[in-house]
Design a binder for this molecule. Sequence first.
Ligand SMILES: CC(=O)SCCNC(=O)CCNC(=O)[C@H](O)C(C)(C)COP(=O)(O)OP(=O)(O)OC[C@H]1O[C@@H](n2cnc3c(N)ncnc32)[C@H](O)[C@@H]1OP(=O)(O)O
Ligand SMILES: CCCC(=O)O
Length: 447
Amino acid sequence: MSYADEYRSKLTSPEDAVKIVKNGDWVELGTAMGHSYALDKALANRKDELKDIKIRSTLSLKEHEIWKQDPNGETFTFNSWYFGGTDRKNHDKGLVNCIPMLFRNEPLLYRKCLYNEVDVAMIRVTSMNKHGYFNFHCAVAATAAQCEMAKKIIVEVNPKLPWAMGGSEECIHISKVDFIVEAESPVETLAPAIPTEVEKKIAQFVVDEIVDGSCIQLGIGGMPNTVGTLLAESDLKDLGCQTEMMVDAYYHLYMAGKLTNKFKGIDKGKSTYTFSMGSPFLYEWIDNNPGLAAYASNYINNPYNIAMNDNMVSINNCLEVDLFGQVSSESSGTRQISGTGGQLDFATGAFMSRGGKSILCCRSSYIDKQGVLQSRIIPTLSTGSIVTVPRSQTHIIVTEYGKADLAGRSTWERTERLISIAHPDKRDELIKEAETMNIWRKTNKRV
Ligand SMILES: CC(=O)SCCNC(=O)CCNC(=O)[C@H](O)C(C)(C)COP(=O)(O)OP(=O)(O)OC[C@H]1O[C@@H](n2cnc3c(N)ncnc32)[C@H](O)[C@@H]1OP(=O)(O)O
Ligand SMILES: CCCC(=O)O
């Protein structure tokens, strides 16, 4: 049978495809732009006839129909490896549960622990090519592992999605697929946030840490993109890219002639990543471009692979840092904001790299709901806050007041350095707390 014949034989309606989901099943939705639309709707429509359907997903970009049609979570129990904004909102309503993970482990978790617990994978893919492959486009991540472990696979085809060249694990062959549905669906975009003056100051401190030939990882959120934009305007040259998330900033670096990947120690000449989100021009750039290579997250986020690049610099955002140097980037107290994602993977790998640096950016303060200035550098993490980077792996923290290099530093040295980059109105208060915590010595200096 030709691939075209096989395609026709597996092509069905979303309603018929989701009939394979049965009571008690685990259903896999994939990551971000890999989330389906028509299948989501067809499954949600079965809410009253199904029982106890467990969902796994990573980083939602939309309001799933499952949430809309089952607002009390009677049929569907939704679990997420990493929260986007809509996951966060629905978690606040009690509809989403967090599954802790390091992103480098997500494929391994399926292959090693969950191999018997993926009943149906419903994944959005590109059109099939002449060799019978569908591509995972902007959502390579752990998708191949999820499909490999799934008892049944349904793909939802959207021909407008870009074809991401590999790497590895970026495609699925039609022979592995059980059902194909075709559906109109949006190609989601991510508009770059307009940087604030504070973010511009932080970004400048970060850019000052980067040398010609550095390999750059830009994390999720507004700040890393601001750094990328400044880098594109800098005099730096021959930068490289090994990053979890491919974003607009890399396109700008490429167009500015700065992204050559010439000095990468692995995948020389190629920009490597595991998922992407950005503007339409980013997807145009990704589409069938052999200058980029998408790999599964266990390869991109593997600290050994990261460390093969000399002068690897990882740049991520965090929410709170305590005076011991513990970093929380994913929760505010017990409120889950996002997830560990790849932050610890890149913090570890970048530090292992010769000349490498792991940088965590943090605005020094915020104004709370009562209008009061609160420090993000705090004596101890808020009760319930989850540690994303342990103090033993924290390297450089940057605020708009400067940089604090904590690696190899004792508690009193960390305290001094962190307080020196805290908001000036909060420094005396922090010193008092540090004294009671026995981590401020008489010789410590107030900057
Ligand atoms: C992707 C890669 O390449 S690799 C590794 C990168 N991955 C990571 O770093 C994972 C952890 N990091 C993150 O998730 C993000 O960087 C964050 C959450 C730290 C910052 O992301 P941003 O998008 O810049 O943050 P933003 O300012 O929009 O805030 C996100 C949410 O956190 C809330 N928040 C931010 N700071 C605080 C705080 N101090 N206290 C309470 N809530 C806070 C915001 O209110 C917002 O919630 P809302 O949408 O309900 O209003
Ligand atoms: C899906 C993981 C995203 C992140 O690491 O930020």
